[in-house]
Ligand binder design. Structure first.
Ligand code: KIV
Length: 262
C-alpha cells in the first residue's frame, strides 16, 4: 500500500492512477488491477444513490462505503471524501476525519481552500488530499473553472497555500490544460491528480462508473470510458430472463404432459 510520502515521491516520476470506488466488490477489482489509490468519492451520491447533487450524501453513508472499500482492497491507499458540511468547522472536520481513519481510510480529501482545517488535520497526523477547480459540493453549474485570469490566479494561489498547509496531493477538476500544467510545475513537492485538467499533471482520477461505462447517461466532457458494463449487464440479464422463462415454459409443458398421460 502506498503511503502519502511514497505518493508524493511519484511527482514528475511515475504518473498516479486513482479511481473512485464505493463498495468491496469494485474495490477488489481496482486492487486486482493494481490501482495506486482509491477515492471513496462523495460522487457516490450520484452514481450509487441516484441523487442529483453530492450534497445529499452524509457522514454515516460515507463511513459505510469507506469501510466496505477497505474490506475489498486491504492493500491499497484509500482516500475518504469529506462530504458536504462534514468539514464545516475545524472541530467538526477533526471529528469526522478521525471517524474515517477508524473505519480504514488512509487519508481524507476536502474541497476548496480550507487552510485552517488542513492545518488542524495535519497537527493530528491525518493525511489530506486537496481539491480545487470545479467543486461539486458548492457549484451551481458545471462549467470549466479558471478560464478568466482572475479565477486562474486564485486557483493557482490556493494550490500553493494548500501545499504550505500540508496536503500531500491535489485533485484538480475541470480546469484548462495550461492551468493544470502551471499548477503542477508551481507546486514544489506534491503531485497533482487531474480530472479534466489535461495531461500535464502528475496523475489522473476518474469516477469508476464513467470509466467502466456503468450507466447510460452522457459522460462529462473530460471523462473516458474503458469498458461498457452497463450494456454487458443489460445483455447478461436479458439472457438470464430468457433462460428462466424458457425453462419455466418447458417445465410447465412437461408437467402438462405428465398430467394428461395419467
Ligand atoms: O467525489 C468524487 O468522485 C471526486 C472526484 C471527481 C475527484 O471528488
Amino acid at each position: 500500500m502506498l503511503t502519502p510520502s511514497e505518493i508524493t515521491k511519484r511527482k514528475r516520476q511515475n504518473p498516479i492512477a486513482m479511481i473512485t470506488a464505493y463498495d468491496a466488490c469494485f474495490a477488489r477489482i481496482a486492487e486486482a488491477a493494481g490501482i495506486d489509490m482509491i477515492l471513496v468519492g462523495d460522487s457516490a451520491a450520484n452514481v450509487m444513490l441516484g441523487y442529483s447533487t453530492t450534497r445529499e450524501i452524509h457522514m454515516e453513508d460515507m463511513l459505510l462505503l469507506t469501510a466496505a472499500v477497505r474490506r475489498g482492497a486491504p492493500n491499497t491507499h484509500v482516500v475518504a471524501d469529506m462530504p458536504w458540511q462534514s468539514d464545516c468547522d475545524v472541530q467538526t472536520a477533526l471529528q469526522n476525519a478521525r471517524r474515517f481513519i477508524e473505519v480504514g481510510a488512509n487519508s481524507v480529501k476536502l474541497e476548496g481552500s480550507r487552510l485552517d482545517v488542513v492545518r488542524a488535520l495535519r497537527q493530528e497526523s491525518i493525511s489530506v488530499v486537496g481539491h480545487l477547480g470545479l467543486l461539486p459540493q458548492t457549484a451551481t453549474n458545471f462549467k470549466q473553472r479558471g478560464q478568466s485570469t482572475e479565477e486562474a490566479e486564485k486557483i493557482y494561489d490556493d494550490a500553493l497555500a494548500l501545499e504550505d498547509a500540508g496536503i500531500f496531493a491535489l485533485v484538480l477538476e475541470h480546469i484548462p490544460e495550461r492551468l493544470g500544467a502551471l499548477i503542477s510545475q508551481g507546486l514544489r513537492g506534491i503531485p497533482t491528480i487531474g480530472i479534466g485538467a489535461g495531461q500535464q499533471v502528475d496523475g489522473q482520477v476518474l469516477v469508476l462508473h464513467d470509466a467502466l461505462g456503468m450507466h447510460p447517461f452522457p459522460l462529462p466532457p473530460f471523462a473516458r470510458k474503458f469498458a461498457d458494463l452497463y450494456e454487458q449487464g443489460v445483455a447478461g440479464l436479458r439472457r438470464y430472463i430468457e433462460v428462466t422463462r424458457n425453462s419455466a415454459e418447458k417445465n410447465s409443458y412437461s408437467a402438462l404432459a405428465r398430467d394428461t398421460s395419467n
